[in-house]
Design a protein around this ligand. Structure first.
Ligand SMILES: *[C@@H]1O[C@H](CO)[C@@H](O)[C@H](O)[C@H]1NC(C)=O
Ligand SMILES: *[C@@H]1O[C@H](CO)[C@@H](O)[C@H](O)[C@H]1NC(C)=O
Ligand SMILES: *[C@@H]1O[C@H](CO)[C@@H](O)[C@H](O)[C@H]1NC(C)=O
Ligand SMILES: *[C@@H]1O[C@H](CO)[C@@H](O)[C@H](O)[C@H]1NC(C)=O
Ligand SMILES: *[C@@H]1O[C@H](CO)[C@@H](O)[C@H](O)[C@H]1NC(C)=O
Ligand SMILES: *[C@@H]1O[C@H](CO)[C@@H](O)[C@H](O)[C@H]1NC(C)=O
Ligand SMILES: *[C@@H]1O[C@H](CO)[C@@H](O)[C@H](O)[C@H]1NC(C)=O
Length: 402
């Protein structure tokens, strides 16, 4: 108690007379008293590690910079971790398995190379500088309902998972050159990335809204699984540079929009989104370097601008899509009677009750979706329509018209 009361005064004196830097590979803090080892240093050259029996409150006020890591692991005692001076952590700010920690307050902290907080299950009060510079951020299994402490405009990797109270995430991100993973957070998480222009990889699951109004390029892949949104819109997305786009098991999805999307340098997989009854939202899609695989309750499918698909086109619907199949068969390989815009095998199956059971993500590369075993089984009850057949139908129609 006595020490705590004295602490602010001590720190003030300490910082006036602050040593410019203190060097020690690792400073271990087992109690508030131990903080005096570093509280007189402006800069701590090395890492700071909290022991697992630190007590309930640790105030690290003193240093402005820790060049190494700040680590809290397997600590069931700490409830309140704070510093009113720390601006930068050169390495990792790691908190792992600190299940009593509910307040983190670093009001000046704006920079850390990595933030990795995992199993901080009670954490609900967070104050940061805000943090504007970080390469990698992972927040897993916290009790946070807002990420206002983070104001990153670029980041390499960002992973948000199992934050069950998180209901809204709006970010200033303009680009992300590693991976964005968002999954298994609150059942009504709305994600808004209003400034995001390009992103390398993303895997998004279990969100109710995902907004990317400025996104122009996905350099790698974009994957959307088991989300709760009814509509998905990528109004400014023009192409992917090297990767697939997939939407699987988004049970509420009714409508999508990709008005400017022209080039998919990878494959397209749309499967088991049972409310999605049309795939008519790629008005400008010209080129696909992988395969196209569509499975669902579709009544209509069209790719009006399609010019070249290097891989297979493999479509199966629970409903009657024979008209769409017939139209698409015009693009089939020459060996199947089409004009060859599709280079891989063209398959289109209507009235297949089991269309939604095949969600295999095998659309990448220039190879063909392996159509053997899975399709035989899945198309057993359906009507397989192929281009050769349409060739015959078309010829027959012409013949009878004559
Ligand atoms: C988490 O930390 C507690 C101590 O607070 C420890 O007893 C427990 O074994 C740790 N859990 C894991 C998975 O390491
Ligand atoms: C992603 O694509 C954009 C636009 O072409 C480009 O500016 C950016 O450098 C690319 N990012 C990576 C990591 O390749
Ligand atoms: C969350 O998404 C995963 C797929 O990444 C899925 O397996 C899981 O069932 C989903 N959970 C809910 C509640 O939708
Ligand atoms: C697409 O991006 C442009 C340029 O940044 C912007 O003006 C426009 O509002 C965006 N479109 C949509 C539908 O958000
Ligand atoms: C299809 O999606 C539903 C959720 O909409 C899910 O329950 C089911 O397991 C999925 N089926 C397959 C084969 O992925
Ligand atoms: C689908 O979305 C597009 C663009 O957001 C919109 O113009 C169209 O009316 C929507 N269609 C349906 C059936 O909701
Ligand atoms: C999708 O098709 C399956 C198989 O025909 C059917 O059981 C299911 O009710 C359909 N779902 C919707 C939302 O139309």
């Amino acid at each position: 108690m006595f020490v705590k009361h004295l602490l602010p005064a001590f720190v003030a004196i300490g910082s006036v007379a602050a040593q410019s830097s203190c060097s020690s590979k690792t400073t271990t803090i087992n109690s508030q008293d131990d903080v005096s080892k570093i509280s007189g240093c402006r800069k701590v050259e090395g890492s700071v590690v909290l022991g697992s029996e630190s007590g309930a409150t640790i105030d690290l006020t003193g240093p402005r910079e820790i060049t190494g890591d700040l680590i809290v692991r397997n600590n069931g005692q700490i409830q309140n971790l704070q510093s009113s001076s720390l601006e930068s952590i050169g390495g990792k700010f790691e908190i792992n398995n600190a299940t009593s920690l509910n307040v983190i307050s670093f009001e000046k902290l704006t920079s850390a190379t990595t933030v990795e907080w995992v199993s901080v299950t009670r954490l609900d009060t967070l104050t940061l500088g805000p943090l504007t510079k970080a390469k990698s951020v992972r927040l897993s299994d916290t009790f946070l309902n807002t990420l206002d402490g983070f104001a990153l405009s670029t980041v390499t990797d960002l992973k948000l998972d199992n934050n069950r109270r998180l209901s809204k995430y709006t970010s200033e991100l303009t680009s992300l050159d590693g991976q964005l993973v968002i999954q298994a957070n609150g059942l009504s998480l709305e994600v808004d990335l209003p400034k995001l222009v390009w992103i390398t990889e993303m895997a998004i699951a279990n969100v109710t809204k995902f907004s990317i109004p400025q996104l122009q390029v996905v350099n790698g892949s974009a994957r959307f699984d088991s989300n709760f949104f009814e509509t998905f819109s990528a109004p400014n997305l023009t192409h992917t540079e090297d990767g697939d786009i997939s939407f699987v098991g988004n049970g509420f999805l009714k409508n999508m929009s990709f008005p400017k999307f022209t080039d998919l340098n990878g494959g397209l997989l749309i499967a088991n989104n049972t409310g999605l009854d049309r795939v008519t939202f790629f008005p400008k899609l010209e080129k696909v370097t992988g395969a196209i695989k569509l499975r669902g309750n579709f009544t209509e499918i069209s790719f009006p601008s399609l010019d070249n698909v290097k891989g297979a086109v493999d479509i199966s619907s629970t409903a009657d899509i024979r008209k769409s199949c017939e139209k698409l068969s015009e693009f089939a390989p020459r060996s199947q009677g089409g004009d060859g815009k599709i280079e891989g095998v063209f398959t289109c199956t209507a009235n297949n009750d089991k269309a939604n059971e095949d969600t295999d993500q095998s659309t990448s590369g220039s190879g063909q979706v392996d159509g053997s075993d899975e399709n035989d089984e899945n198309s057993a009850s359906g009507v397989v329509l192929n281009a050769a057949l349409f060739g015959l139908v078309a010829v027959a129609a012409v013949a009878s018209a004559l």
